[in-house]
Write a protein that binds this ligand. Sequence first.
Ligand SMILES: C[S@@+](CC[C@H](N)C(=O)[O-])C[C@H]1O[C@@H](n2cnc3c(N)ncnc32)[C@H](O)[C@@H]1O
Length: 208
Amino acid sequence: MAIEMDARTHWEKIYKTKTPEGVSWYRPHLETSLALIQRAAPEFSASIVDVGGGESTLVDDLLERGYQDISILDISQTALAVAQKRLGSNAGQVRWIVADITRPFCRLHAYDVWHDRAVFHFLTAPWQRSAYVHTVAQAVRPGGHVIVSTFGPQGPTKCSGLDVVRYDDHSLHGEFGARFRLVDSSRELHHTPFGTTQQFLYCYCRLE
Ligand SMILES: C[S@@+](CC[C@H](N)C(=O)[O-])C[C@H]1O[C@@H](n2cnc3c(N)ncnc32)[C@H](O)[C@@H]1O
C-alpha cells in the first residue's frame, strides 16, 4: 500500500529540491494578482495576506508599490526562507506565517485582501475546503476582498505530482457561498518555464 506523504513533507521536499524558476507555477511577476489586489485595495495601508505565497515575487512587487501591511503564509518554511533571503532587509517589513491553511488559523477580521494563487485547487477533500472557507470568512473583514486563483476547466488535473480540482467561476464561487459576492472572474493562460501552457481561473469576491 502506498504511503501518502503529508502536505508539509511534500512541499518541503519540492522547495528543497527545485529552484524558484524550476516549478511549473513560476512566473517572474504575478501581474493578474497584482492588478486585482490594487483594484481591491488602492490604499497602501490595506492589510493583505498571500496564502500559499511560496517563493513568489508578489511580495516584492507589493512592497515596491508601497504596501505596508503584508502577510505571507505558507506550509513550507523553506519556501518562505527563499523569499526572505531574496528580499534581504526588506523582509523585516513583512509578517511571515508558517501554517497549514486547512488547520484552525484565527485572526478575526484581520485582512482587507485575501489572495491565493494555486493553493485552493489542492484541497481535494470536502473537509479541507470547508475549513479553508471558514477561515477566510473569519479572517477577512466584512467588506474586504477575496482573490482566489485555481486551474480552470481546461487546466491540468495534477500539479507538483498532486491531484487538483479544476473550477469554472460558477463552481469555484459555489464553494464559497452567498456571503462572498462575486465581483469579477477571468481566465488566464499561464506559460510555464517548460514551454507548456496551463489555464488558470481567477475569482474576485467581496465579503458581505
Ligand atoms: C503551486 S504553489 C503556488 C505558489 C504561489 N502562490 C505562486 O503562485 O507562485 C502552491 C503553494 O501552496 C503552498 N501550500 C500547499 N498546501 C498548503 C496548505 N495546506 N496551507 C498553506 N500553504 C499550502 C505550497 O507550499 C506552495 O507554496
